[in-house]
Design a protein. Structure first.
Length: 250
């Protein structure tokens, strides 16, 4: 059985004060959780403050992105070694906001995935279709293409010790959630697609759902056979809501 993972993506929100308050609340509330893994992904500049509180607890910390390069003249970027240095266990790669707002292609995301994997940090690899693609009936094709970019560079075992987040772009930050049936169907497709390369890894890999998951819909979504938790945006910014989603994963 796969243990569910609930990961909060705080995006570019909060202040130094509010972030400290949020992580203190999450760490306190997470003490009573069992059978669910919890992670938070703060803005880079607050990672040190967050790991200072979360270090040694059952709340893991991740970055929201990483540079494709390992070091050097890349102004404004953050390397995987720096992320590791500050105690992160996860790094999100290929979030749809990075793909759409910052032009990250499937190949760039695959490069980031490789950098994270090679460092021993767990990538949270985001994929998902736009509304236009869903309406055009090519949801599975899009997800397969995004996954195949990683297989091409990393080989058949690419998704060992990795997490995948299926996040339909039309559901992110919109309040529109994929129905449990819609989400389950894509999650099952993703698992089968990975199984074509390595069935053992496909059974093990955690596939999270992301897209307006909240305390009201989390239990039913995470209750689906192939949904192994959630990547949570808006609802991860409120301690009670985030903990309620974590509880739904138990
Ligand atoms: C996300 O950005 O990963 C996300 C799922 O956001 P939200 O929960 O706000 O839709």
């Amino acid at each position: 059985m796969r243990t569910p993972l609930v990961a909060g993506n705080w995006k570019m929100n909060g202040s130094r004060e509010s972030v400290k308050e949020l992580i203190n609340g999450v760490v306190e509330g997470a003490k009573s959780l069992n059978g669910v893994e919890v992670a938070v992904c703060p803005p880079f500049i607050y990672i040190a403050d967050v790991t200072a509180v979360a270090g040694g607890t059952n709340v893991s910390v991740g970055s929201q992105d990483v540079c494709t390069e390992l070091k050097g003249a890349f102004t404004g970027e953050t390397s995987i070694d720096m992320i590791k240095d500050f105690g992160c266990q996860y790094a999100i790669v290929g979030h749809s906001e990075r793909r759409t707002l910052y032009g990250e292609t499937d190949d760039v995301v695959a490069e980031k995935f490789a950098v994270v994997k090679n460092s021993g940090i767990i990538p949270i690899f985001c994929i998902g279709e736009t509304l236009e693609e869903r309406e055009g009936g090519i949801t599975e094709e899009v997800c397969a293409r995004q996954i195949d970019a990683v297989f091409s560079s990393q080989g058949d075992d690419a998704f060992a010790d990795s997490v995948i987040a299926y996040e339909p772009v039309w559901a992110i930050g919109t309040g529109k959630t994929a129905s449990p049936e819609q989400a389950q169907s894509v999650h099952a497709f993703i698992r089968q697609h990975i199984a074509k390369r390595n069935a053992v890894i496909a059974e093990k890999v955690q596939i999270l759902y992301g897209g307006s998951m909240n305390p009201a819909n989390a239990k039913e979504l995470i209750g689906q056979t192939d949904i192994d938790g959630g990547l949570i945006g808006g609802a991860s910014l409120k301690t009670e809501d985030f903990l309620a989603v974590c509880q739904a994963g138990q």
